[in-house]
Design a protein around this ligand. Sequence first.
Ligand code: NCD
Ligand code: ZN
Length: 346
Amino acid sequence: MTKLNIIRPDDWHLHLRDSPFLEAVVADSARQFARAIIMPNLDPPVRSCGDALAYRDRIRAALPADCPFNPLMTLYLTDNTSVDEIRAASESEFIHGAKLYPAGATTNSAAGVTNLSKIAPVFEAMQKYGLVLQVHGEATAAEVDIFDREKIFIDESLTHIRARYPQLRIVFEHITTRDAVEFVRQADDHLAATITAHHLLINRNALFRGGIRPHHYCLPVAKREHHRQALLEAASLGEARFFAGTDSAPHSLQAKESACGCAGIYSAHCALELYAEAFEQCGDFSHLESFMSRNGADFYRLPYNTERVVLERSPWVVPDTLPYPESSLIPFMAGETLTWKLSLND
Ligand code: NCD
Ligand code: ZN
């Protein structure tokens, strides 16, 4: 196999930040993806439809001229999100979901939901109006072991949300465990999951290889190898309710290389090539297109993209650093060789 030709993919979980960082990263995603679900964890967060539409305009203004990249917006749920806001979001052609960040779970989640019971009417409304719930699925209690947070969230929260709102469509974001894969597999078609390229490519050893590796730190944190194997299987077997979401999350070099470094891996610069690298490990590309370009669109009830992209087997070295305002950005796999290269003349 020397060429892979697939429908232009979408990224179902992406952090683009805001100006001036937005301008530094958005072209990376737009080069590969037709659309992306844009995460709302700005500071202050994207809480209303007005916030989302204004952010969408800023993203479009930051794109290269004539670039057709389509940002799909989502709202940030707080304890105070209103049912009216949910109804308005469901009526907007630009808003495709609302994101649940348990307060304290990750970057800019302080304004997130403190107790699920506080937003019961919001879940009710999302179910009624058909707005997709995107979930950062980690338990936040300080005593919970960081490697168990996803599993405990499934047992203590997600199972109950699913039982109480059976028609609510949910995306379990950036899953990292075999437990999550099994939970999604056993559920009906109201539950799907995104999988990042980095969780397909590294396990938790990568955080400590020869010393502490801040550029491999993200949330949810990478888990043991047998969990990575479960993710690879879910992605590569073509199961319909698993799809690509990079969770590319840029932080400056200083913010990462710090005594208390930020969580987030920047993978957008070569996300599709990274996913191809993961499928290469499985030796089977037959479901690359469904994972990258069809399953997510089906779940979000959007049409497939009409353009195609081509990857060539042509090893290349990922740059050591990328430009980022007043700093630099260390990309995932910096200095490493990747097998597949996006072809510019598709
Ligand atoms: C994300 C970020 O930096 O915004 N960080 C991360 O480690 N994934 C937030 C998130 O998705 O958890
Ligand atoms: Zn994220």
